[in-house]
Design a protein around this ligand. Structure first.
Ligand code: ADP
Ligand code: TRP
Length: 325
């Protein structure tokens, strides 16, 4: 199977990115043909400071490699190094009904939060469809917030295939329910854009401070508590062994254990979980040239695939060969 996914370099990556997406990416390298990329064109839709774009791009690359991405086996690149994807975006835009994009909830949510939308943000799902379709991907492992974008990709592929012939593969999402929405420290979905994240590789002390700030209700220490309504417990479930989860569940239901105790244990577990990868991440930090080389090689491999699909698509819509290239 061809497995495909991407992450925007819009900030430092967090444990929601890890459990919702990256852990699956790393695992799926076994036995699949994997394509993972850094979505820097997409990140521009929120108008980041120019220096942040390249800095966060390298930071995402370091995270992936430190966590076990095998850059020999997997094709790993930066989106903007394969500009063909923007040309395909245009071909797809011309058969994408406005209504399809107007229904996209991630766009509507951003507008509702007061973001003044640019055309790139509105057209974001078409670029995402071009990403997925240009590499003829079968499966796209993502968190729940991306489900609708994969549906839109299938719709766009369907419109195009109906109009011009069966060029594109209709991809399926791969979403694991238990980790589809990891909560942030304020209880909303953990997201770089909400400032409620626990980063995988922030200093251990700062991980601890953030965990202590996780929002809980005001049930007193002695009283029984509902683990299913607690953000601390939701995160404990990601890190603790099955046996320990059961013990915490019992402690919550029985009463007599405060949230502070659960938070302390959670902070320890998070720090321990990422500690083995920290060393590798630190080594990579001092070698940005090595990262650039990896991304350059990945881009060459990705581009070879993308160009083929783009040529097919240009042909069927009637543009044909390039003159003057
Ligand atoms: P963010 O919302 O922090 O900007 P991205 O949009 O870059 O994150 O998401 C990258 C990947 O991580 C996507 O597959 C997305 O679904 C997943 N993801 C992000 N936040 C979470 C979360 N809180 N829980 C589960 N998956 C998440
Ligand atoms: N929109 C995705 C996110 O915010 C990032 C992304 C861009 C992506 N293109 C993609 C994910 C293609 C999967 C497949 O997380």
């Amino acid at each position: 199977m061809r497995v495909f996914s991407g992450i925007q370099p819009s900030g430092r990556l967090h444990i929601g990115n890890y459990f919702g997406a990256m852990r699956q990416h790393i695992q799926m390298q076994q036995g699949n043909d994997c394509f993972f990329f850094i979505a820097d064109y997409h990140a521009l839709t929120s108008n980041p400071a120019p220096k942040d774009v390249s800095e966060f791009t390298l930071s995402v690359a370091m995270d992936y490699i430190a966590l076990g991405l095998d850059t020999e086996k997997t094709i790993f690149w930066r989106q903007s190094d394969v500009p063909e994807v923007t040309e395909l975006t245009w071909l797809l835009s011309c058969i994408t009904p406005m209504g399809l994009l107007q229904r996209c909830t991630s766009y509507k949510d951003k507008v509702a939060q007061g973001v003044s939308p640019n055309h790139g943000l509105f057209a974001y799902p078409v670029l995402q469809a071009a990403d997925i379709l240009i590499y003829k991907s079968d499966v796209v492992p993502v968190g729940a917030d991306q489900k609708q974008h994969i549906e839109v990709t299938r719709d766009i592929a369907g419109y195009f295939n109906n109009a011009y012939g069966e060029i594109f593969v209709l991809p399926k999402d791969h979403i694991i329910e238990s980790v589809a929405v990891v909560p942030g420290i304020d209880g909303r979905k953990m997201s770089k854009s909400y400032g409620n994240t626990i980063e995988m590789f922030e200093p251990e002390k700062s991980i601890k401070n953030k965990v202590m700030k996780i929002v809980t209700d005001s049930t007193p220490v002695e009283a029984p508590k509902n683990p299913d309504k607690c953000n601390v417990f939701a995160l404990l479930k990601l890190f603790a062994s099955a046996e320990e989860i059961k013990q915490w569940e019992d402690k919550y239901r029985k009463g007599g254990t405060g949230y502070g105790e659960a938070k302390k244990r959670l902070a320890e577990l998070i720090v321990e979980y990422f500690r083995p990868y920290r060393q590798k991440r630190t080594e990579l930090e001092s070698n940005p040239d090595y990262l650039r080389q990896i991304l350059a090689k990945g881009a060459q491999r990705a581009r070879a695939v993308a160009v083929k699909t783009l040529i097919e698509a240009r042909k069927v819509v009637g543009l044909g060969e390039y003159y003057g290239r």
